[in-house]
Design a protein around this ligand. Sequence first.
Ligand SMILES: CC(C)(COP(=O)(O)OP(=O)(O)OC[C@H]1O[C@@H](n2cnc3c(N)ncnc32)[C@H](O)[C@@H]1OP(=O)(O)O)[C@@H](O)C(=O)NCCC(=O)NCCS
Length: 471
Amino acid sequence: MVFFRSVSALSKLRSRLVQQSSLNSSVRWLQIQTSSDLDLHSQLKELIPEQQERLKKLKSEHGKVQLGNITVDMVLGGMRGMTGLLWETSLLDPEEGIRFRGLSIPDCQKLLPAAKPDGEPLPEGLLWLLLTGKVPTKGQVNALSKELQSRAAVPDHVYKAIDALPVSAHPMTQFATGVLALQVQSEFQKAYEKGIPKSKYWEPTYEDSLSLIAQVPVVGAYVYRRIYKNGQIIPKDDSLDYGANFSHMLGFDSPEMHELMRLYVTIHSDHEGGNVSAHTGHLVASALSDPYLSFAAALNGLAGPLHGLANQEVLLWIKSVVDECGENMTKEQLKDYVWKTLNSGKVVPGFGHGVLRKTDPRYMCQREFALKHLPDDPLFQLVSKLYEVVPPILTELGKVKNPWPNVDAHSGVLLNHYGLTEARYFTVLFGVSRSIGICSQLIWDRALGLALERPKSVTMEWLENYCKKSA
Ligand SMILES: CC(C)(COP(=O)(O)OP(=O)(O)OC[C@H]1O[C@@H](n2cnc3c(N)ncnc32)[C@H](O)[C@@H]1OP(=O)(O)O)[C@@H](O)C(=O)NCCC(=O)NCCS
């Protein structure tokens, strides 16, 4: 909140200054203000010094304050519940779900600019919000949209790198390869080689991040068309916004699919810092690897079935339910199928979460989208039935901490409804969206001079001895 307050104090001070100056100079000042107001880079340049001071103060005044207790369980249990990362762009509450710079998903749907009245938020608006902490105007979003379009050209060698892989390679392997190949253009790497001082790291990180965010939809769409549409590529359309253009390049041009893609890209972008993909990106970047290297690493984590690949698994699993029980299955049949999955030692994909303890708000907003646009879709109805059937069964297991559905339980049936039926591709969509969250934080990592990550590890013997001594 201090962040928001200081930003609005700055704007008040500015408008006071404008009132005080003579007419001529205020007109000139306003012109300058208007152009820099629309420019994301100038906004960041203004914000960074005060946030650097804020972090310095936090370190010097509260550096020794203890933050909870770490237990052996936490060390052995994947560091659950250990507060160990600074992540400015979003914060996850176990009961309430994600907030982007303090705004919930319904807040974002209400406040962020949309392509049409009461439409879904534009992902460019979310990017602006994540980077500045401020809700952008429509003008700012349009300016950022144009800026991203101007950066979207993908060098030819990237396509060649992807083409070197067999078409049968998993879409995430092809996508991550393409992203890694983009690294050749890294401004950060060039600047580092020339000896750029620490205080300026954020600037080439910003350049790389915006170019990466601009180019990943083009790379992602190329992978889709290469694998599923005989390589017939659809060029970008600069009259469209980020989400709609991505949908267009994939080959889906219905206005509803454009809306779905805007919502999809917005809600998958960021989920605080500890999840596998975000944490991987942050960890790799802490070694001063540039955004391309860091984000490609993040994608490899996203490709795991317990993380981003779950969206693929959900649709495949739902289709296997239909294959076995037919579309009009009873709840009893569905229960039996869920038990069969569990008894064969598999997880029910799309349910459970490492932090959340309630239904994921990202699930709820997709459910609302479905109720509005495709209430009669048979697979949506099956997803709704699963919402009733699965949580009591997972609760009965006795060990699952969160029996409720997560984001991945819903996305597949929406995409499937509009014709994007290739489940193996779904995690690439998630990856395109994640670039917005991970890269936004990477810019702040460098602006705040965050440290190299290097937690301490111990052996089992060390733990046993330690526990004996403290018994
Ligand atoms: C997301 C997930 C990995 C979180 O894991 P976690 O933090 O370890 O979750 P919990 O603490 O609740 O796990 C406790 C136990 O319940 C099991 N469990 C959790 N969710 C489960 C599910 N959906 N189906 C079956 N078992 C599940 C775990 O595998 C674990 O079993 P174990 O002790 O035998 O190893 C887990 O819920 C899961 O595998 N979900 C399905 C995959 C998925 O949807 N991933 C996307 C997440 S956004």
